[in-house]
Design a protein around this ligand. Structure first.
Ligand SMILES: Cc1ncc(COP(=O)(O)O)c(C=O)c1O
Length: 425
């Protein structure tokens, strides 16, 4: 029989762009094993999904126990894990988030949040922030501006979506304060020239842009957005699909910044790899969503909810350790920045760290990323990039990564950058 890559090329649509041609057969903790028996340090983490790593014993036990009871109920019956998962979310989400609606993917949850905002406010306008990533479905791609290629060929997109800048201080060559002011001024101009505040249903924002290049919003910018939203009764929707479940040091980044969303979108790490996502909001808001005006056959699947309960319970002991691992990683990357001119910027929160690679005059340097990514793979480590120019190393290890594995991964990146700088003189 042909090898798996040939069989997959024959059968699987090439629209999915694979990171590599390696076939894996298993995973354990921070490692995956290839068909050839090679162990790779997995810092791709299923794109910020496996916050507890592969084969987490608590999640595995919960899933196996649920398999013996019930697999699917499809919105017909209620079952224990549905409510148990929501109870966990109520405990850990920011103040004011009280009720939940479960779905399957991040994009689907974003769609749900926007429908909730439009339906309950009776307004149509949606304001998004340039560089944001919110998914690939027809609606969510209309809110996604991290790369024009994601939208190319799919127009016309959903209407009444307005794009305003997100502060990118490094790229704009200015301080965080100056970037905040510039972005806020543009938002005010949008509300003056393009749509009146009274027609805006929501602001949709990632508190730390992921796919767009790992840009933290800053507390001041988010608070200013919060104030404008409150003044005009606009719903503040925070997309925490990538930033949630301890990734940035607290359960949610809105808690790191102490800025309250009206609607919280969750996905990815919510069930450590089982397909689940959720929208949370106040009881008042979710009670105003008329029964039957939205739905999902698989949303809140019993097994995925069991995995989510165990994930939240497992993360309780892990999140307190994120701060120390984060400080250690930041200190090492900043020290590397002093040695390698290719590192332009090191930024992020918790264990969501972006290392921007540049050439002369801060020009984005995707060649440096290609070299680093290939070196890492040759040295048995997977890591991803982000940013519209594919020049930002996306550092997202499992949150419970062993300290020696954290250092091992950083050592490989150090050597990769040294090798790149050596090759370019
Ligand atoms: C912030 C954010 N929102 C939404 C999504 C879409 O999630 P999914 O791919 O599960 O649809 C992603 C995926 O990367 C994301 O990072």
């Amino acid at each position: 029989m042909a090898d798996l890559v040939s069989r997959s090329n024959d059968l699987i649509a090439p629209v999915i762009s694979w990171d590599n041609d390696i076939e894996i057969v298993g995973g354990n903790g921070s490692y995956v094993t290839s068909v050839d028996g090679v162990e790779y340090l997995d810092f791709a983490c299923g794109i910020a999904v496996g916050n507890l790593g592969h084969q987490h014993p608590g999640v595995k036990a919960a899933v196996l126990a649920q398999i013996d009871k019930l697999w699917h109920a499809g919105g017909v019956f209620r079952y224990e894990t549905l409510v148990g998962a929501a109870e966990r979310l109520r405990e850990i989400t920011p103040d004011g988030i009280e009720k939940f609606f479960f779905m399957n993917s991040g994009a689907e949850a974003v769609e749900g949040a926007i429908k909730l905002a439009r339906k309950t406010t009776g307004r149509q306008g949606i304001i998004v922030f340039r560089g944001g990533f919110h998914g690939r479905t027809m609606g969510s791609v209309s809110y996604t501006t991290s790369k024009a290629a994601y939208r190319q060929g799919y127009h016309p997109l959903v209407g009444s979506v307005f794009v305003t800048p997100f502060p990118h201080p490094y790229r704009w060559g200015m301080s965080q304060e100056a970037a905040n002011e510039l972005a806020l001024n543009e938002l005010r101009l949008t509300l003056k020239h393009e749509i009146t505040p009274g027609e805006v249903a929501c602001f949709l924002i990632e508190p730390l842009q992921g796919e767009g290049g790992y840009y933290p919003a800053s507390r001041e910018f988010l608070q200013a957005i919060r104030d404008i939203a409150t003044e005009h009764n606009i719903k503040l929707v925070m997309d925490e699909v990538q930033t949630g479940f301890g990734r940035t040091g607290e359960w949610f980044t809105s808690q790191v910044y102490d800025v309250r969303p009206d609607i919280l979108v969750m996905g990815k790490a919510i069930a450590n790899g089982f397909p689940l996502s959720a929208v949370g909001a106040s009881s008042a808001l979710l009670d105003a969503w008329p029964p039957g005006s939205h739905g999902s056959t698989y949303g809140g699947n019993p097994i995925a909810c069991a995995a989510s309960i165990a994930t939240v319970d497992g993360l309780r002991n892990v999140i307190p350790g994120v701060k120390e691992r984060s400080e250690h990683a930041f200190a090492r990357f900043r020290e590397m920045q002093s040695r390698y001119s290719v590192i332009g910027d090191v930024r992020g929160l918790g264990l969501m760290i972006g290392i921007e690679l540049v050439g002369k005059g801060r020009t984005p340097n995707p060649q440096a990323w290609n070299s680093v990514g290939a070196y890492a793979r040759e040295n048995n480590m997977f890591i991803l990039n982000c940013g519209p120019d594919a020049n930002v190393i996306r550092f997202i290890p499992p949150l419970n990564v062993a300290p020696e594995d954290l250092d091992k991964g950083i050592d490989i990146l150090d050597a990769a950058l040294g090798s790149y700088e050596g090759s370019t003189g």
